[in-house]
Structure formats: structure tokens, C-alpha cells
Design a protein around this ligand. Structure first.
Ligand code: PMP
Length: 369
């Protein structure tokens, strides 16, 4: 055994609210078809690879210095990207960036949640929201989505009004169910919220609905729109998330961020990826078209696919979803068991990967539904 290998987590003076909890754990397995973490299946173009490599080479000459602590150039370029794609004019001061939107969410809870405070989410939703709440000692409250996994806004407003959470999470499009929320529904939740509302738009580019950045000027003390380069931007490995909000919210996050959290290399690579956003985002339409095909073929094979605005589809209904998940894996296709009885989630991949997934789905339909 390794040094210290005989003790367990239970032997440690861990904070009570972390005892017995499980870590985030999407399996990382070597199988032919990987459709389990909602990545973009299109690899970077040769031009993008060259630009990242050259940018890293130039940045490497300054590796003896700390990076730009406030990532000014990157945030300026992210503001330009959001302005161009949403039609809402945003500036550097509206943008903040971090290592993935998970770090954005963590910084938000460090500043606006914490001991004695609470965060409310509508489940099933992104599993990291409660985990980041636990990590920041923010009390996690949950409310339910409707039977069809949509957000019943009358009920949502009542929950926010009655429970008065300091932070509300609204994931739109929602992971893992795929549906999104209208701006009018968001307005009602924002009006009822006593604190911050985080609209998690990790999959925003896949949806035709307008971005919640349109609401920043209406609710400047409340709304934060969280975004990521991990999905539509095909930059999951680069780890770059960002948010748009009123400048005062960005100022508040400076109180909790670690200095120099975005490395010289991360900033350089993200800026290179942004320079290629036109070509990267052109792939989004292909993913949406494939999603429509996958949904139609699943329906044709006897499954029930939940309508999705994102790059994944929740589908069922299986007699025993964990057993079916294993059978997909036995056929070389890794999808996701998100813990919703009777359902599994598949990320839309390249068309050949989707074909492989659909082949297995047709095989299993006669036994597993
Ligand atoms: N929000 C949602 C809804 C997600 O699904 C994910 C990734 N699975 C994230 C945030 C975090 O992504 P990242 O840290 O890569 O930006």
C-alpha cells in the first residue's frame, strides 16, 4: 500500500456538508464512440491548430511573467463575440472569464452564496450546480421540473418567492433534458428573485431562442448569464468559460477570484480559438441537423425522445436505464446515465458516430423498452 493509503475519507476532519457526497464522475473510458459529455464532435481545423500553436509559441516567450490578471484582451474579444451574436452591445466591463464555466459558477457562489446562504435549482439539471453549492458551503435547495421536464414558471416563481434563495440557477437549454426558457418566463423569475439569478447558457449557441443577455439592463443587480467555449466553440480542452452581467457583478467577482487564474497559455489559445469562431460555429448547424435526424430515428424505433434545443437528447423509456447504458457500452457506444429513471442521454456526434448509436438503439428497442 502507498504511504497514508490505509485511511479513508471518513477518517478526515471533512466539513459536515461534504460527508457522504460523491465527486463529479462522468466515466472517461476508451471506447470507439464517445457520446457522453456534450462536447462538440468536430475537431479543430488545421488553421485553428496552427493559430493556437503559433499563439502559444509567442506567449511562451513571456512565461516567466504572470499573465494579464484581468484578461483584458480576451474579455474584450468575448464582448465583441457576444455583441455580434446576440445584438446586445456589451463591453469589456460586462465580461468575466475563468477556467471553464464551472469556475465561473464557483466564483459566483463564493461571492453571492456561502455559509448561511442558499441556492435553488430546478431538477433534473446540471449536476455540478449542487456540487459547487456544497463546495462553497451554500445550502442547496431544489425544486422539480414538470413531468415533461419543462419549467412550470408559475410554480418556479412560487418556489423562488416562498424559499427566498440567494442564488437561483436556470439552465437554458437545460442539461440533461434539452429544453429552454423564454425571456418572458425568465423576467418573471428575475422579478421574484431576492438575489442573483444565474442563467446557465452553456448550450446557448445551439438554441434559436434569444440570449438572456438581453435582460442585463432590465435586471442589472440580479442577472448573470454564464457561457462557455466548451460546447459550440469546440474548446472543451482549452477550459474557458465566461459570463456577461452588469459591471458591478464583475467587480464583485474580483474579490474572490485567485490572482492570475487564467494562464498565459489559456488566454492565448482562447483568443486564437475566438479568431476562428466563424468556421467553428458553422459546425453548429450541422450538429442541430444531426440532432433532428437522431430524434426522428429514435422516435421511429419506438423510443420517446425529449425535445431538445441543445447538442444532446434525453430519451427513453427503458425498463432499466442503467442496464441499457451498460449494453450500449458493450456495443462500443458510451452515452450517459444521468440518473433519471427510464432515460439515458446521448450527445450528438459526427454522423458516423450517430449511426453507430442508432444501430445499437434499434437492436435494443425490442428488449429494453
Ligand atoms: N453548465 C452546463 C449546463 C454544462 O452542461 C456544463 C458542462 N457539462 C457546464 C456548465 C460546464 O462546462 P465548462 O466548465 O466546460 O465550461
Amino acid at each position: 500500500t502507498v504511504p497514508g493509503g490505509l485511511i479513508t475519507v471518513d477518517d478526515l476532519p471533512l466539513r459536515d456538508n461534504l460527508r457522504g457526497k460523491s465527486a463529479y464522475g462522468a466515466p472517461q473510458l476508451k471506447v470507439p464512440v464517445v457520446l457522453n459529455t456534450n462536447e462538440n464532435p468536430h475537431p479543430p481545423s488545421a488553421a485553428l491548430i496552427d493559430d493556437v500553436a503559433e499563439s502559444a509559441r509567442v506567449a511562451a516567450a513571456a512565461l516567466h511573467r504572470y499573465p494579464d490578471r484581468d484578461a483584458v484582451a480576451l474579455r474584450t474579444e468575448l464582448a465583441a463575440y457576444l455583441t455580434a451574436t446576440t445584438g446586445v452591445t456589451l463591453s469589456l466591463d460586462n465580461l468575466w472569464a475563468a477556467n471553464g464555466s464551472n469556475e465561473i459558477l464557483q466564483q459566483l457562489l463564493q461571492a453571492f452564496g456561502g455559509p448561511g446562504r442558499s441556492a435553488l435549482g430546478f431538477v433534473p439539471s446540471y449536476s455540478m450546480h449542487p456540487i459547487i453549492s456544497d463546495g462553497t458551503d451554500t445550502t442547496w435547495l431544489q425544486a422539480a421540473r414538470a413531468g415533461d421536464f419543462s419549467l412550470d414558471v408559475d410554480y418556479a416563481v412560487a418556489e423562488v418567492t416562498n424559499r427566498r434563495p440567494d442564488v437561483v440557477f436556470v439552465t437554458s437549454p437545460n442539461n440533461p433534458t434539452g429544453g429552454s426558457v423564454t425571456l418572458d418566463d425568465l423576467r418573471r423569475i428575475l422579478a421574484a428573485a431576492p438575489g442573483i439569478v444565474i442563467v446557465d447558457e452553456a448550450y446557448g449557441e445551439f438554441s434559436e431562442r434569444p440570449s438572456a443577455v438581453e435582460l442585463i439592463d432590465e435586471f442589472p443587480t440580479k442577472i448573470v448569464v454564464s457561457r462557455t467555449m466548451s460546447k459550440a466553440f469546440a474548446f472543451a480542452g482549452g477550459r474557458l468559460g465566461y459570463l456577461a452581467a452588469a459591471p458591478a457583478i464583475v467587480e464583485a467577482l474580483l474579490l474572490v477570484r485567485l490572482p492570475y487564474h487564467l494562464s498565459v497559455l489559456t488566454q492565448a489559445a482562447a483568443r486564437a480559438a475566438l479568431r476562428h469562431s466563424d468556421e467553428t460555429l458553422a459546425g453548429v448547424a450541422a450538429i442541430v441537423a444531426e440532432r433532428k435526424r437522431v430524434v426522428a430515428e429514435l422516435d421511429g424505433a419506438g423510443y420517446r425522445a425529449i425535445e431538445s434545443d441543445a447538442n444532446f437528447v434525453l430519451f427513453g423509456r427503458f425498463h432499466d436505464a442503467p442496464a441499457s447504458w451498460q449494453r450500449y457500452l458493450d456495443h462500443g457506444v458510451l452515452i450517459r446515465d444521468v440518473g433519471i429513471p427510464g432515460h439515458l442521454r446521448v450527445t450528438i456526434g459526427l454522423s458516423a458516430e450517430n449511426d453507430a448509436f442508432l444501430d445499437v438503439s434499434r437492436k435494443l428497442a425490442s428488449t429494453d423498452l
